[in-house]
Design a protein around this ligand. Sequence first.
Ligand code: SD4
Length: 337
Amino acid sequence: MYNRRKFIKLSAAGASLAALSKSGIAKTITPRPESGYPIVISTWDFGIIANKGAWKVLSTGGRALDAIEAGARIPEAEDITNHTVGRTGLPDRDGHVTLDSCIMDEFGNCGSVAAMEDIAHPISVARMVMEKTPHVMLVGEGATQFAVEQGMKKEKLLTPETEKIWKEWLKKAQYSPVMNIENGAGRPGGKYNHDTIGMLAIDAKGNISGGCTTSGMAFKLHGRVGDSPIIGAGLYVDNEVGGATSTGVGEEVIRNVGSFLVVELMRQGLSPEDACKEAVHRIIKKKPETAKKIQVGFLAINKKGEYGAYAIQSGFSYAVCNAQQQDLLVPGKSYYK
Ligand code: SD4
């Protein structure tokens, strides 16, 4: 079992605010339980550390977009134990670490990079694409070139450890993307199956932004791009309604334009959890046999700050951070128990 899993609940809001006041943050926090924000939620256990980075921005009155970038950068480059995002991500089958990421703000602006190599912070490059170009998406060498032109450092992302895992995989070279299932069945490095950080934040002004960043499926074909950098698939934000993000086998999410679907279902009045559930059901209905073997999870938040998630398989978790609690990990509900 995944022993990093801790379902930590701080017992009372008072306790967490007292703890915060030691660090001086409490002075700037105005808890707004009635509105449910500021708040940031993220996929998987490593969402906790990402949320903490985002919370530094949100708790001092910062913009949700800045919080998303700051938070996503932590698993991208600082958490070297995770092999599914950014630096230390597992490579494709030719040994290239290729990264996918996107970001979207409260105005509907968005930026994205796909299959980008040699740059450890794709979330920041995605933001630069959004803010400094007339485009939404840059891919491959063009994305790396743009990042370097913007002053980002080029570096080798394959580490001795990830190279070893890849070489081990090469011995059989079986491509079986068993994703996010707790036992990580069937592949070296499987215990690191918790792929992709998807984040959604609402700032103190009630504005919503989101981001998604990943090294994608380990040992994928060179050039393969998943859902994570695709606006509407891996991420979607509508400031009037809410936001959604996804994790799991990206092909199924792309086929169903998953995150856009979740946001549209919330627009029609579904709760975040029910919207995620319906999106999962559509994936299962279209390909029931495929769905038995794969994981897809959606995470969503609405304009009120209510949140929820749903996945095909059990084992999906998400992290929640607001004025009351900074390191809550919630088990996501799932179709298969
Ligand atoms: C992809 N959705 O590349 C990503 C990987 C992932 O949990 O999220 N895995 O398809």
